[in-house]
Design a protein around this ligand. Structure first.
Ligand code: ADP
Length: 421
């Protein structure tokens, strides 16, 4: 018995030493976000959190274009055939290790790889080290994200082939939202659809909601275990989440990213009966209707101008009423969700804006907050006029703090990867 205890103590001390060595080791993490015909990447030094190089591959399977940018240098663009993700990732690795412009000398300097994985279903409530079992579990979620998960898995498999032995981690868009209670994730549908087909609210942008809500708690000096934060992630895709004591309790996106607020080209919430009505009028089948709701609606569809907030703003300023209405519908919708989440948490300490629109469009933030005077919110106009920086935009006497916190999903994936490997 004594012998066993001694052994355990020895093992424990060796383990602690190993952990210390790992802590002191500088790790370069390659963060990969693989889409069906594109791939975004960043190489991050996990110690300094400096981005050593970043870029993307576009038009994979069509013709192929690599964008590569080493820190402090200009972007390099290379047009070259990329029939599959394998050639694309090979080109990224070649660029990273290029004699003249590479950020590293050899691939041995890539210590870990972190992959964005869109859907982890109910199987993943946190990030996971990639193993054969893990891949099989992700594959079981493919039906829930047929456009995204298979592409994410291709990236994982190609990296395993090209960099054997380098540990890989999957970071899920859905994981942060797995703490939602049943009353927030169940739909008013026959319960068999949940029990048999897993039809429920999952929520997306979880890496961003997690990163931004954590940062908000630190930045605003809140007590994590007694905090109520609403995160408005407003980009091309937009979602809002209610985060109580650091855990997500509700979010606007659902089984798919189509639900919630009006987005660049997605409709967000509509009366589901509209689908049948329009199908008959426009002679569309289900796929045609889904295409309209995902790609032809939202700010783009409402304005007939653009899905891009900058274009929309310019059109509204020039007197385009449809563009103006699209912005109004967006801001009114956000304010209604925020109000709902104040009720869900019975209060709110901070409302945080992030992503392209949230970080840059002061007019959107101002319009949203103009509905929230009942919460005792007052905006500091000068602070709200700033763009893209971490800043409190409410006045010191505002009863609820309002802030802008730039999101950084790549850094969040890097941190998760380091924590797991
Ligand atoms: P994605 O969901 O593709 O990651 P982003 O978070 O990059 O999207 O957000 C894109 C949105 O941010 C677009 O609607 C764009 O118009 C908007 N945006 C970016 N810069 C500005 C700006 N300076 N002012 C207003 N909107 C902006």
């Amino acid at each position: 018995m004594l012998h066993t205890v001694w052994n355990l103590q020895t093992v424990n001390s060796i383990y602690k030493k190993t952990i210390r060595n790992q802590e002191s080791k500088i790790m370069n993490v390659l963060v990969i976000n693989c889409g069906s015909s594109s791939l975004k990447y960043q190489l991050i030094n996990s110690d300094t959190e400096e981005v050593l190089a970043k870029g993307l591959c576009e038009r994979i399977g069509i013709d192929g274009r690599l964008v590569y940018q080493k820190a402090g240098c200009d972007k390099e663009i290379t047009e070259a055939a990329m029939p599959t993700h394998k050639e694309a990732i090979k080109m990224v690795l070649d660029a990273l290790t290029n004699d003249k412009t590479g950020a590293i000398k050899s691939l041995t300097e890539v210590n870990a790889i972190g992959h964005r994985v869109v859907h982890g279903g109910e199987k993943f409530a946190s990030s996971a080290v990639i193993t054969d079992e893990m891949i099989a579990a992700v594959e079981e979620c493919n039906e829930l994200a047929p456009l995204h998960n298979p592409a994410n898995l291709i990236g994982i498999r190609v990296c395993a082939e090209l960099m054997p032995g380098v540990p890989q981690v999957g970071v899920f868009d859905t994981a942060f939202h797995q703490t939602m209670p049943a009353k927030a994730y169940l739909y008013g549908l026959p319960i068999e659809y949940y029990k048999e087909y897993k039809v429920r609210r999952y929520g997306f942008h979880g890496t961003s909601h997690s990163f931004v809500s954590k940062r908000a708690i630190d930045f605003l000096g809140l007590d994590k275990d007694n905090s109520k934060v609403i995160v408005c992630h407003l980009g091309n895709g937009s979602s809002i989440s209610a985060v109580q004591n650091g855990k997500c309790v509700d979010t606007t996106m659902g089984l798919t990213p189509l639900e919630g607020v009006v987005m660049g080209t997605r409709s967000g919430n509509i009366d589901p009966a509209i689908m049948e009505y329009i199908a008959k009028k426009e002679n569309l089948d289900l796929a045609g209707i889904m295409n309209v709701l995902n790609k032809k609606s939202g700010l783009q569809g409402m304005s007939g101008v653009s899905s891009d907030m900058r274009d929309l703003q310019a059109a509204a300023d020039a007197g385009n009423v449809d563009a103006e209405n699209a912005i109004e519908v967006l801001c009114y919708g956000i304010a209604k969700f925020v109000g709902g989440y104040v009720a869900a948490m019975n209060g709110v300490d901070a409302i945080v804006f992030t992503a392209g629109i949230g970080e840059n469009a002061g007019n959107v933030r101002e319009k949203v907050c103009s509905y929230l005077g009942y919460l005792g919110i007052t905006l500091d106009e000068e602070a709200n006029g700033k763009r893209g920086e971490e800043i409190v935009i409410s006045t010191p006497d505002s009863k609820v703090k309002v802030a802008v916190i730039p999101t950084n999903e790549e850094l969040a994936i890097c941190r998760e990867t380091v924590a797991l490997v």
